[in-house]
Write a protein that binds this ligand. Structure first.
Ligand SMILES: C[S@@+](CC[C@H](N)C(=O)[O-])C[C@H]1O[C@@H](n2cnc3c(N)ncnc32)[C@H](O)[C@@H]1O
Length: 216
């Protein structure tokens, strides 16, 4: 059963046209800076064991998984076929607009780790997605939702567009807990720009993550 957390007004976004149109053209860009990406890869290295079945939900042409680790499978999902085809880590992928249909075409208890990077902020029905993620996650498996402080503003629902970084962390946690996920671990860190600029104080994109584990 899906427990609703948002009011309908909080699901609204400036650009209400089909998200598939917004993502129709591939964007071969990095959405997050090198400092953020490095921190994320380090987190994956720590948390996701070799041999895991991994789902990269709301993915693009880049993978943040550590290159040296071998997983049983890496399945990708997103909205642009060209971007997903160019992602070197994905063994297979599918396209699905999660603001139209939240049912995931995956077996129950089949995934060890689901990753969502700079994606949750575009979900208008995160409750139903979170419930589906709990269904497909194996006991002992986990969900890692990572994001920074930027977004495609017109595509973010009001709940995200109006919130602060701290609000975002609390909101993701609240939606997960409402669907039966145990209380997640929250990470909020400033990053340091790579190389010399970092050594003299330059900052990178701030790093936020919500990590939830399905009880074993
Ligand atoms: C800012 S990009 C981040 C991509 C990738 N996770 C990364 O780290 O580079 C946002 C991604 O969210 C996904 N997305 C946005 N709206 C979506 C929707 N309505 N349904 C499914 N996926 C969506 C798309 O795959 C898009 O590439």
């Amino acid at each position: 059963m899906v427990v609703q957390v948002l009011e309908e007004t909080q699901r609204r976004k400036w650009d209400s046209s089909d998200d598939a149109l917004f993502y129709a053209q591939p964007r071969f860009v990095q959405h997050l800076d090198a400092a953020f990406r490095q921190r994320l890869t380090e987190l994956y290295r720590e948390r996701i064991p070799a041999g895991a079945a991994v789902l990269d939900l709301m993915a693009s042409w880049v993978s943040h998984l550590p290159e040296e680790v071998t997983y049983a499978s890496v399945i990708g999902h997103g909205l642009n076929a060209e971007e997903l085809a160019a992602n070197p880590r994905l063994q297979r992928h599918w396209l699905q607009n999660l603001n139209r249909d939240q049912r995931l075409p995956l077996e129950s208890a089949s995934i060890d780790a689901t990753l969502i990077v700079a994606g949750w902020q575009y979900l208008q029905y995160p409750e139903a997605v979170a419930a589906e993620l709990l269904r497909i996650t194996r006991p002992g498996g986990q969900l890692i939702v990572a994001f920074s402080n930027r977004m495609f503003f017109t595509k973010a629902p009001q709940i995200w567009a109006d919130g602060s970084d701290r609000d975002h962390l609390a909101y993701v946690a609240e939606v997960l807990i409402a669907q039966g996920w145990p209380r997640p671990t929250l990470i909020a860190e400033q990053t340091r720009a790579p190389g010399l600029p970092g050594l003299i104080g330059a900052k990178g994109d701030p790093f936020f993550a919500v990590i939830a584990s399905r009880p074993a």
